[in-house]
Design a protein around this ligand. Structure first.
Ligand code: ATP
Length: 216
């Protein structure tokens, strides 16, 4: 990953893939420029935040003109390392894991799941979505430093144990879909996505904080 890019605040960096996806679609439809108001409507981020975010990218919108789509796209491509594929290993080829292997983030062409692990003998030795499934016992032998990211879709009770082994193999980032809270050394980044909690939280917000009509 490139270190030449200027430092972007984390909140801005999180919105980058959202902007990138939208601009790619705009570009594909032949649009050369876009206003912050148009962008705001599409990605549901307020225009002031978009202008501030874009100022970090060195993109200064012109009044009455908007932003240059090509410039932004090439910036995002560089920043998100779209030219460099990051290889990913997946643990747990259950319902969720299988869905990820079949999907394999092909639209996001900078990440690719290259191997999967499970303990179920019926799954080990097969390929799912073109990805080979190995036995968990092979973790230490198969995983190498070219695979810096792991996705966990295993049962919660084995998540920490697998994490400890991943840490031992020098993993840098973990996308944790299990409900387990993982303990890792400070230099390892864990992003936790608990789909059940997210869904519950959405339902709770709908019930308790209804949005005014017309509000974004
Ligand atoms: P999901 O939770 O993805 O919907 P599921 O309900 O089909 O999956 P789970 O019991 O959650 O099944 O297990 C997910 C997958 O993790 C299964 O394929 C299971 O064989 C696998 N698994 C269980 N223990 C381990 C382990 N220690 N290491 C790797 N994979 C494991």
């Amino acid at each position: 990953m490139s270190n030449e890019q200027p430092k972007i605040p984390q909140a801005t960096a999180k919105r980058l893939p959202l902007y990138y996806r939208f601009l790619k679609n705009l570009h594909a439809s032949g649009k050369q420029r876009v206003s912050s108001a148009e962008l705001s409507e599409a990605v549901k981020v307020d225009p002031a935040t978009i202008r501030r975010d874009f100022s970090y990218f060195g993109a200064l919108g012109k009044k009455g003109y908007g932003y240059n789509v090509n410039y932004l796209l090439s910036f995002f491509r560089k920043t998100l390392d779209q030219d460099e594929v990051t290889e990913v290993a997946l643990f747990g080829v259950g319902n969720l894991g299988t869905a990820f292997l079949n999907y394999n983030f092909l639209k996001n062409n900078n990440t690719k799941i290259v191997m999967a692990f499970d303990v179920d003998e019926k799954k080990v030795g097969t390929t799912v979505g073109g990805v080979p499934v190995y036995h968990l016992d092979e973790l230490e032998g198969r995983l190498h430093e070219g695979i810096p990211v792991a996705i966990l879709t295993v049962p919660a009770h084995v998540a920490q144990w697998i994490t400890d082994r991943l840490v031992g193999k020098g993993i840098k980032g973990i996308l944790n879909f299990t409900p387990a809270r993982l303990n890792v050394p400070k230099h390892i980044r864990v992003h936790h996505i608990d789909l059940a909690v997210e869904l519950q939280s959405l339902v709770y917000f709908l019930k308790n904080y209804p949005l005014d009509k017309g509000e974004n």
